[in-house]
Design a protein around this ligand. Structure first.
Ligand SMILES: Cc1cc2nc3c(=O)[nH]c(=O)nc-3n(C[C@H](O)[C@H](O)[C@H](O)COP(=O)(O)OP(=O)(O)OC[C@H]3O[C@@H](n4cnc5c(N)ncnc54)[C@H](O)[C@@H]3O)c2cc1C
Length: 366
């Protein structure tokens, strides 16, 4: 990628965020023949579709601490799921979860059963697969966006300045708002929409146990009406039926929000409290793991979604025809992997329409 009059790196499109929405969008734009660069603040790919590697039972195992599984209701995502199943990247984990409610622990209603898919290598393996053909600059946090006469100017925390003819921002709305406040007039409708988008937070606890603990007979438990705990997953059942248990517990949003600014030791205590609660409600041995890690998700799931799969506009620094800007993410189309996927597809389509570029053959396929 070379300079455009200036000596700044230049791309047809810069996509901010290498979560599901950003990666799906970038892939479709690449297929349409555009030069695309993705900027991602983290070292890893996939955003909230996240996996940690931990030492457990003498081996290094993946543990999903963000998205637990993938479901596919739309035709487009179902087609992609079939392709991933045939590549062995995805497998069906379970059709039936358990519920923990006022009646105790029991299998969910058979009418709610549906395939829940996982990656044997951890959910972030999906993101790595999606990013294969893409140019991604990692550990590159965008800190400022400016519309110039002919291009967007994008500045990052490592001191780089990029330029792009078009911009896609695929990050949670509360993180997007301060970036766009700088670039858009304060009267912009887009800014007020972003201002309404709120997220729930979530404390995730990962815990591993020794051989002695009885293997649970559930794979995942949705907890209803429990303020402390919303989910309990037997992550090790995604890897092998016989592995000593590794569980992932997700704290309820209100309880989790108490720990957003907690110190490491307070966070660790919160993790122990959550495991003690899980032990009381589900299985006593869960209180005493061999190891435990805690992760805090400030932006976990959107409270509500926009009902528009992505938002597109043109932004101008002067009277010139404005520069294309498209915003995407799970806060637009639905707070799950599927919602982020649909939003990324829609963002690519929107941008291609704005640029007058025909959609590539079999648009939607990856
Ligand atoms: C605890 C938890 C459990 C979940 N469980 C499920 C589940 O079981 N099934 C399901 O389908 N979904 C689940 N989800 C939701 C699912 O993970 C998300 O809906 C989806 O991954 C969102 O994708 P996204 O691309 O919209 O956003 P993100 O995944 O948030 O991606 C945004 C990316 O942008 C990057 N970024 C942010 N700001 C900047 C910046 N300034 N510069 C550069 N990069 C930036 C971030 O690092 C991130 O990689 C869960 C989420 C959480 C947190």
């Amino acid at each position: 990628m070379q300079a455009d009059g200036t000596n700044l790196p230049f791309a047809d499109v810069i996509v901010i965020g290498a979560g599901v929405a950003g990666l799906v969008c970038a892939r479709q734009l690449l297929r349409a023949g555009l030069q695309v660069l993705v900027l991602e603040k983290s070292a890893g790919l996939g955003g909230r579709m996240a996996t940690r590697r931990v030492e457990h039972a003498g081996q290094t195992v993946p543990v999903d601490h963000g998205a637990q599984y993938l479901t596919a209701d739309s035709d487009g995502l179902n087609r992609w799921v079939k392709e991933l199943l045939s590549l062995g990247l995805l497998t069906e984990w379970t059709r039936s979860l358990h519920l923990l409610d006022a009646d105790g622990l029991h299998p969910e209603d058979p009418n709610d059963e549906k395939p829940r898919y996982i990656c044997p290598q951890g959910m972030s393996a999906l993101a790595k697969h999606m990013a294969t053909p893409l140019q991604v600059h990692r550990q590159t946090r965008v800190v400022s966006l400016k519309p110039l006469e002919k291009a967007w100017q994008i500045s990052t925390d490592n001191g780089c300045v990029y330029q792009a003819a078009s911009l896609v921002v695929a990050i949670p709305a509360p993180q997007m708002l301060p970036l766009l406040e700088e670039a858009l007039p304060s009267t912009s409708n887009l800014l007020s929409l972003l201002g309404y988008a709120e997220y729930l937070s979530c404390i995730a606890v990962l815990a591993g146990y020794g051989e002695g603990i009885p293997l649970p007979d559930w794979k995942g438990i949705k907890c209803l009406g429990d303020p402390l705990m919303v989910w309990l997953g037997l992550d090790s059942s995604k890897r092998s039926e016989s592995m000593p248990p590794v569980i992932v517990v997700h704290g309820g949003p209100e309880w989790s929000s108490l720990y957003l600014e907690a110190t490491p030791s307070e966070l660790e205590q919160a993790g122990r409290d959550l495991l003690a609660h899980a032990a009381k409600r589900v299985q006593p041995e869960l209180a005493t793991p061999e190891w435990m890690q805690v992760h805090r998700w400030r932006y976990s799931l959107p409270v509500e979604t926009m009902g528009l799969a992505s938002l597109g506009t043109r932004v101008s620094a002067s009277d010139a025809v404005g520069l294309p800007l498209v915003c995407a993410g799970d806060w637009c189309a639905g707070g799950r992997i599927e919602g982020a996927w649909l939003s990324g597809q829609d963002a690519a389509q929107k941008l291609l329409e704005m640029l007058g570029i025909p959609l590539p053959a079999r648009f939607g396929a990856l």
